[in-house]
Design a protein around this ligand. Structure first.
Ligand SMILES: [Zn+2]
Length: 417
């Protein structure tokens, strides 16, 4: 199952003060796509009696008894790597009134739910990205109490985005960065602006790639999906989900003070999150590393958080909450603040050392084994010590040391000696 089981929820609180048309149905005759399987299961391990795919009638129904949660998984084979739109029309006449259908592609692991579909003939539409020329799409249906009946879908369409008038792709020249938007959400001028943003983000992506040892997440492509309304500013993964209303605001702002949010999300994917095909070798704190690498790109390109002469790490030191660890309390931003201060004392141009650490981290760590946050912490700081020739942790105050050890455990204590 194509589960985005480890989405990273982005805290942009960081700096809170700132700122187809060829529908194909079951086993259709077209070469564009065919639905290869539909399976159903009840998440409480009750068996779902039967499911049938009525190919000739081009519809699908899932029959069940005594169950309140049913997951229906659709798999389709497609002929290209581009995103597709899946359109499910719900047909449901044999069930109690209350029901809630969730699209798990968006609602993974978050308390939020994606759009709910409560009426017959309601259409559920999602952009889905193929993996190895396969589309996976999971729908969960929940009822208030145990029920019997069936869920029916009167039509299932799979349409390439390039053949849709409703959606639009804006792709960078080298095709490593792609935005997917709803055409109605953006004017022609905004779309043109987005196109120049894609060129910038292509460059920023290249810099993240170089900084982290030349490994690319998600087969070398970063997709920003603006077609869903989510409760967070951004959800990093493949794709990165962000809200179109925020993008509209940002497009009317000076790019040099707002594009950091997009760099931040992209930066997450270079730390090795599930499905990114990058080992999670140093990532003991996702928000810390997303910001750290973001600052590298910001510094290289004269970017800031708001109109000010400070750029990159200078701007971070000015606008973040500062050293919160001095009070004995760990926070991602407080620790990053402290790290930058200590690095600067030891080596004004510390990015070369960080680049070496990131590159070596892949070789020094067994990426196939799962690791704990404290193991990654030790890996990162041991390599950093080697590169700098100085142990920056030994300069931490007692309160700062206590805050970090409380967070990562006694096994890291020796690193402060
Ligand atoms: Zn984040």
């Amino acid at each position: 199952m194509n589960k985005r089981s480890k989405l990273i929820v982005c805290g942009i609180a960081v700096i809170a003060v700132l700122c187809m048309a060829l529908p194909v149905l079951f086993h259709g005759t077209s070469n564009e796509c065919k639905i290869t399987s539909v399976s159903a299961a009840d998440s409480r391990n009750h068996s779902v009696d039967t499911y049938t795919v009525e190919q000739d009638k081009k519809k699908c129904s899932v029959s069940f008894t005594d169950t309140a949660v049913i997951d229906t998984a659709f798999t389709a084979e497609v002929s290209t790597d581009e995103p597709y739109i899946i359109e499910l029309t719900v047909r449901d006449s044999q069930l109690p009134e209350y029901r809630e259908i969730k699209d798990e592609n968006v609602a993974m692991n978050t308390a939020q739910t994606a759009a709910k579909y409560n009426a017959d003939d309601s259409v559920m539409k999602r952009v889905v990205y193929p993996q190895n020329r396969q589309l996976h799409f999971l729908v969960t249906t929940q009822y208030k109490e145990n029920v019997s009946g069936f869920i029916g879908y009167s039509s299932i369409k799979v349409i390439p985005v390039s053949k849709s008038k409703e959606y639009k792709l804006v792709t960078s020249p080298d095709k490593t960065v792609e935005f997917i938007i709803k055409a109605d959400d953006f004017s022609k001028e905004e779309t043109d602006k987005l196109s120049t943003w894609s060129e910038d983000l292509q460059l920023y992506r290249q810099q993240l790639y170089q900084l982290t040892g030349e490994r690319q997440p998600y087969d070398g492509k970063t997709i920003f999906d603006f077609t869903e309304q989510i409760d967070y500013y951004g959800l990093a993964g493949n794709p990165i989900f962000m809200n179109s209303s925020n993008l509209t605001k940002d497009l009317s702002t000076d790019k040099s003070v707002c594009i950091w949010k997009y760099i931040h999300e992209m930066s997450h994917t270079f730390d090795g999150i599930e499905g990114s095909y990058i080992g999670n070798t140093w990532n003991f704190d996702s928000e810390l590393f997303a910001n750290l690498k973001m600052l590298y790109v910001m510094e290289n390109n004269g970017l800031s958080f708001q109109d000010s002469s400070e750029k990159g790490a200078d701007a971070y030191l000015k606008y973040s909450a500062g050293n919160t660890l001095k009070n004995g309390i760990y926070s991602s931003d407080g620790f990053l603040y402290l790290l930058i201060c200590r690095l600067r004392e030891v080596q004004p141009d510390y990015w070369n050392s960080l680049q070496a650490v990131f590159s070596n981290a892949h070789d020094s760590f067994n990426e196939t084994e799962s690791s704990t946050a404290s193991e990654r912490f030790i890996n990162f700081f041991s390599l950093l010590h080697q590169e700098l020739g100085v142990n920056i942790l030994s300069a931490f105050s007692d309160a700062e040391k206590k805050a970090v050890i409380n967070k990562y455990g006694n096994e890291i204590t020796y690193l402060f000696d």
